[in-house]
Write a protein that binds this ligand. Structure first.
Ligand SMILES: C[S@@+](CC[C@H](N)C(=O)[O-])C[C@H]1O[C@@H](n2cnc3c(N)ncnc32)[C@H](O)[C@@H]1O
Length: 315
């Protein structure tokens, strides 16, 4: 990971404009901060998707299109703490379904927690964890010949541009067979007064989460970032429905990063783009899956219609 991290950091910080990949947010400190983000009053996303999984569990189970006595795999990309999926897992076990849960996550820390939590709460669950970057480990979708349901929740797709989303959905669909399904959880396009605070909370947790990327570079790559000289600067383009998180340099400065053997110059006000969080509606999703064998089968919404869980059927 460290070699790849060094390569990605060098590439991103020596480019114009500067960028850093958001997948590096999730070290142990980042995992903890993200758990705090999910509890923030401004961060409506988790609560909205949680409500769907908690209040519509039976309908979701029906929408998976499986039958109790036929084994299948439930594979989750970027499982995190599995809090929403828990309702589904519990419901499936109670209804006697025969399935294996396969959480995939880049963070081994997250997977260890999840495994311990589920062993305690759902001791009858069959579980096989897979640690790795799901963009590179998609063969995990083809490890058995069983029917598959993929969960891709938390609006994780929204961290990709639409072109990259298209390519990723195509790649996933090529690994699936007819009748397999993917549940895609996405945040809905809405006004800036609701969206922007979700990325700029008053307690400063999102800021700490973003700036932790610099702490990680300091620790793992011998970086010399002074966090007091940088700030979290989110923006939301309401018309296109794209929130972007930047880390902004508050001074003109040169930062040495030992492992990559470079000094990176930052002008005052210069920004590093660290994450986009795209917001969707069904026409945008239809465009993204247009060249894939996926079709929209069912759409679940929360009570405020802030969030969508879309069941895609692989033809
Ligand atoms: C935003 S959290 C969402 C967690 C959960 N799915 C939810 O909806 O609450 C993203 C999770 O995906 C993981 N993740 C992010 N990028 C990843 C990647 N490229 N490959 C595998 N896991 C990734 C992170 O470690 C984190 O646990």
């Amino acid at each position: 990971m460290s070699d790849e991290f060094a390569k990605d950091v060098a590439e991103g910080l020596l480019a114009t404009p500067k960028t850093l990949p958001s997948k590096y947010f999730y070290d142990a400190a980042g995992d903890d901060l993200f758990i705090q983000i999910m509890d923030l009053p401004e961060y409506y996303l988790t609560r909205a998707e949680m409500e769907i999984f908690r209040d519509q569990t039976d309908a979701l189970i029906q929408a998976l299109g499986q039958v109790p006595d036929q084994p299948f795999e439930l594979i989750e990309l970027g499982a995190g703490d599995g809090q929403k999926t828990f309702y589904l897992l519990k419901g499936l076990l109670a209804a006697g379904y025969d399935f294996t849960y396969v959480p995939v996550d880049i963070s081994s820390n997250v997977l260890e927690h999840l495994q311990r939590y589920l062993a305690d709460k759902l001791p009858d669950l069959n579980i096989r964890t897979e640690q790795g970057d799901y963009f590179k480990r998609l063969k995990v979708l083809q490890e058995t010949d069983l029917p598959r349901v993929i969960l891709y929740l938390g609006s994780n797709l929204g961290n990709l541009t639409d072109d990259k989303s298209k390519a990723f959905m195509e790649k996933i669909s090529r690994r699936l067979t007819a009748g397999d399904r993917l549940i895609l959880g996405v945040d809905k396009k809405k006004s800036a007064d609701i969206v922007l605070p979700a990325y700029n909370d008053s307690a400063g947790i999102t800021s700490a989460f973003n700036l932790n990327l610099l702490t990680r570079i300091n620790r793992e790559l011998g970086g010399e970032f002074d966090l007091a000289q940088f700030r979290h600067a989110p923006e939301y383009d309401e018309e296109n429905g794209i929130a972007t998180s930047f880390i902004e340099s508050t001074a003109d400065q040169d930062i040495k990063i030992g492992t990559i053997g470079k000094t990176v110059h930052f002008g005052k006000g210069e920004k590093i783009k660290v994450e986009i969080s795209r917001k969707y509606d069904l026409p945008i999703i239809r465009k993204i899956i247009a060249d894939t064998p996926f079709e929209i089968e069912t759409v679940f919404k929360d009570s405020r219609s802030y969030y969508l869980d879309i069941v895609l059927l692989r033809d």
